[in-house]
Ligand binder design. Sequence first.
Ligand SMILES: NC(=O)c1ccc[n+]([C@@H]2O[C@H](COP(=O)([O-])OP(=O)(O)OC[C@H]3O[C@@H](n4cnc5c(N)ncnc54)[C@H](OP(=O)(O)O)[C@@H]3O)[C@@H](O)[C@H]2O)c1
Ligand SMILES: Cc1cc2nc3c(=O)[nH]c(=O)nc-3n(C[C@H](O)[C@H](O)[C@H](O)COP(=O)(O)O)c2cc1C
Length: 492
Amino acid sequence: MKMMLSSLILLSGLSFATVACSPAEESVKTEEPVPSPDPEPTPEPQPGNGRTLVVYFSCTNTTKGIAESIVEITDGTLHRIVPEVPYTSEDLNYNNSSSRANREQNDPSARPAISGEIENFSNYDVIFLGYPIWWGKAPKIISTFLESHDFADKTIVPFCTSHSSGIGSSDTDLHELAKQAAWKQGQRFNGNESKETIKDWIESMNLNVNQNSNVGAFNLSKGENGKAPTVRLSSGYDMPIIGLGTYSLHGDVCVNSVKAALASGFRKIDTAHIYGNEEEVGQGVRESGIPREEIFVATKLYPNQFGNPEAAIAECLRKLDIGYIDLMLLHHPGTDDVKAYKAIEKYVAQGMIRSIGLSNYYIKEMTEFLPQVNMKPVLVQNEIHPYYQEKGIVEYMHGQGIVVEAWYPLGGRGHTAALLGDGTISRIATAHGKSSAQVILRWDLQRGVVVIPGSSNPDHIKENISIFDFELTAEEMEQIAALDRNEKHDWY
Ligand SMILES: NC(=O)c1ccc[n+]([C@@H]2O[C@H](COP(=O)([O-])OP(=O)(O)OC[C@H]3O[C@@H](n4cnc5c(N)ncnc54)[C@H](OP(=O)(O)O)[C@@H]3O)[C@@H](O)[C@H]2O)c1
Ligand SMILES: Cc1cc2nc3c(=O)[nH]c(=O)nc-3n(C[C@H](O)[C@H](O)[C@H](O)COP(=O)(O)O)c2cc1C
């Protein structure tokens, strides 16, 4: 009987009220949550990643628990919808056809007033919206919330908790109240879901928000020499935190370097149209014997390609000849960079390119660029090494949920001698029985910066991915941080 009843309940929220709550169904009734409103709802907005807002209404705190998990996973900001007139237990009595909740649900014009406002609402891109199911629907206070905010360019992700009803049409019924928003399909929870389950749901939506991916703090204990850990990009894809740089590698040297890197355990390769070696990189990947999907390939469009980005992207895909591209960057700011980026966004939507990033963009360029595009760049690749550390920029990008990647990590071809021979770095290297190159690369990873050292020497390549068996102390990290002298080794 209980099973049959549950099925009925799932089919209709209304049947919940009329069947499950009938006095005859004592056994089911005892399973019902006794509505006991939160006595002192205290809305406490938390600082978050700046893009994700988790708004919820909850009388008995079931929805609150799910909302808090979402905040933890997305690093978003929490906001509780507090009714101006709190709901008492009697207000919530679903057995009483004239209870306040019942009257409101049956009155199309009911709009219970909300107390307080959400600060900086316009700054959020993604809004999770949680509510309990009341007779199969969202409480009317959710309509009040939707009608009193501007949702243009925002994504709304509805979620609900209920005793047993599904989300039904409670989410789609709300669409007409915020027509400008992009609505995701709603999700029902019973309130006991694990964080893993909630995380899987969030990841499945590819919301392009920072899913607590720790873009600035890698779990290095997961790495082994020859096997680098990955970082979760805001696109939802995982990227190895060390890759092979291929600038200035050509012909067989390039093909063999790529193959040597993949054989040594590298799973990320960085190339660019302007390096003139996309064909060789693609060949190395294809001939490596390693499944394509295990390898992460990044390439870049050069500013002289921004005018006709579709042709440029098609050329990259053709030259690489490895199916999709994992990450495409704009190599530099330049005329038509927004146009080029938006063209890449279309390829992302089609799945030919998985993630988009930028290179040689600093804070000024980013603040101008970001409002003009739809998908947040997952990564920014800039010149970074101990003599040019970009501390403020690294902090800014991480705050945005953007991975930072260092080009010229060893100082750049032709400039490595000074860095590799630096007294402080050499001393630390000796203390750990490691090379200077390994110490520099490890320093980057420990400060949350991804590295792409370039090399055509198989011994160096192997050495560069053997940096997971030692750790720099906080003092050593500081000593290297103190080497910063704002010394750029290239003009961009
Ligand atoms: N976005 C941009 O604007 C931009 C600009 C420049 C570079 N990049 C990217 O960043 C990558 C890295 O930059 P890069 O390759 O120019 O410079 P780099 O990685 O700083 O240095 C490469 C130099 O270091 C040497 N090296 C590598 N590993 C070594 C080791 N373990 N011990 C001693 N020497 C070692 C290499 O020589 P061997 O070949 O002999 O090992 C090569 O001469 C590039 O390949 C490219 O993919 C991007
Ligand atoms: C007035 C009212 C009506 C309800 N109607 C339903 C319903 O139709 N279907 C259902 O499964 N649960 C129903 N419930 C149970 C709630 O949806 C469920 O307990 C929810 O998780 C409460 O969330 P909260 O603790 O965040 O307020 C109702 C509860 C109340 C108070």
